[in-house]
Ligand binder design. Structure first.
Ligand code: FAD
Length: 402
């Protein structure tokens, strides 16, 4: 098989622009006068080198043409995550964003709602912007199971052919849609923080942080449908409630075989330590390596209790086993967007900022005046956290009458 990309020797002037442009370090030019060499193991065929070359010296295989009739795929779908029948707020955020996308493409917004004894809640989804609700209300779907939920969704996607399919980047969402995407042969972009429609061709522009949050990458899946994306919690605004909206609830018939699962749910255990879910908290008090020991988190819990806040942590604190992973904020933890985020003894590395910098008010307490956290902080307190936190707790207690 011929190479999918190569440098045209006759045209290349060895300027090195392609080497600089490659975000994957896949092009090497040992000496200035030598021909650059593309490492096909590292190359992702992103085309950055071709775009950068002023001499038209990069040849790339034509992109594959779509193998499906893309025009047959219509509407914007949102997977409605529910736990024990309680619709999760990420679903409302996706309905809010989905509504905008559907309107800009003059398509319908459809909610896909799976569970048991949930029929009574379908109208709520219409009030939140859905034009249609595809409902599968079956006892077998009472609790989330990868196998049965994925099988039902694959069936519905093949039946109705959505153009766009959005799902929360939650533990369930990540596990579920990757299975669906593989089976329906669709592209999937995980962890999006921005979505828009390209007015030129109607493709979904799926933006997500890459390389540790240092760049924002916009991904398109132009040759396959549906265009599937998981979206981070708390980045999009929830859809407003409009009880006067009209829509259709469509009960979908599903074959028994699709509802079977080889896994059996034995019991559900709530994590002992988990207090308030930080992804939902309006105020978060977060601790980092500056706290020095797990016992010192008690000081943060006390402040959090007075403020009615959740307790967060940096990865350094979680990796040291001072607090469970469910409290970790950041690129590999939770994305949070509270009204107030109090960072205590956290330096503010880029991976931590990726999870909290869109908070409304950021208060940083750090003894190092040059700590990067102060660059994003609304208010900064430079000093020893062991002196400052107890004072804050006692003052808030007085002011709030607790
Ligand atoms: C791929 C990848 C993913 C990552 N994902 C995440 C993530 O999701 N979340 C995350 O948080 N990190 C993540 N990290 C780690 C990140 O790079 C940092 O290492 C981490 O955030 C540092 O945690 P920290 O700020 O608590 O610790 P440090 O960077 O050690 O900072 C401790 C801070 O405490 C201050 N301090 C010390 N004593 C006191 C005191 N007595 N009073 C006041 N201040 C004091 C210090 O001045 C310092 O600024 C990731 C890294 C990688 C490579």
């Amino acid at each position: 098989m011929s190479e999918p990309i190569k440098i045209i020797v006759e045209k290349c002037v060895r300027c090195g622009l392609c080497v600089k442009a490659c975000p994957f370090g896949a092009i090497e030019q040992k000496e200035r006068k030598e021909l650059p060499v593309i490492d096909l193991q590292k190359c992702t065929l992103c085309g950055a080198c071709k775009e950068a070359c002023k001499f038209d010296a990069v040849w790339m295989q034509e992109k594959a043409a779509p193998t499906q009739d893309l025009s047959a795929f219509r509407d914007v779908w949102v997977f409605i995550e529910q736990h024990d029948g309680v619709i999760q707020s990420i679903a409302y955020e996706l309905l809010g964003e989905g509504r905008k996308l559907a309107d800009s493409m003059k398509m319908q917004l459809c909610a896909v709602f799976l569970g048991s004894q949930i029929t009574g809640k379908a109208q709520e989804l219409i009030a939140r912007g859905a034009d249609k609700v595809y409902l599968v209300d079956r006892a077998e779907l009472a609790h989330y199971q990868d196998e049965s939920y994925a099988a039902v969704l694959i069936e519905l996607v093949n039946r109705h052919k959505p153009n766009i399919f959005l799902c929360g980047a939650s533990t369930i969402g990540r596990s579920l849609v990757s299975r669906v995407a593989v089976k329906v042969k669709a592209g999937l972009t995980a962890d999006c923080t921005g979505l828009a429609i390209d007015p030129a061709n109607g493709n979904l522009l799926q933006t997500r942080p890459a390389f540790g949050g240092n760049i924002m990458a916009t991904i398109v899946t132009p040759n396959s449908r549906p265009q599937m994306a998981t979206v981070r919690h708390k980045v999009m605004k929830e859809a407003e409630i409009d009880p006067t909206r009209n829509g259709k609830v469509i009960e979908e018939a599903i074959a028994e075989t699709l509802l079977q699962s080889r896994a059996r749910r034995i019991r559900f255990e709530v994590e002992r330590e988990a207090t308030m879910n930080i992804a939902e908290a309006n105020i978060i008090v977060s601790g980092g390596r500056g706290l020095q020991t797990p016992e010192n988190f008690a000081m943060l819990r006390e402040l959090a209790e007075v403020l009615g806040a959740g307790v967060g942590a940096s990865r350094a604190a979680v990796d040291s086993n001072w607090i469970p992973y469910s409290h970790q904020v950041g690129q590999t933890g939770k994305t949070v967007c509270p009204k107030i985020y109090i960072a205590v003894g956290i330096s503010g590395q880029i991976q931590h900022l990726a999870g909290m910098q869109s908070s409304d008010i950021i208060i940083a307490i750090n003894k190092d005046p040059d700590a990067p956290i102060f660059k994003v902080a609304t208010y900064g307190i430079v000093g020893d956290l062991f002196a400052i936190v107890p004072k804050l707790t006692s003052e808030f207690r007085k002011v709030l009458g607790k």
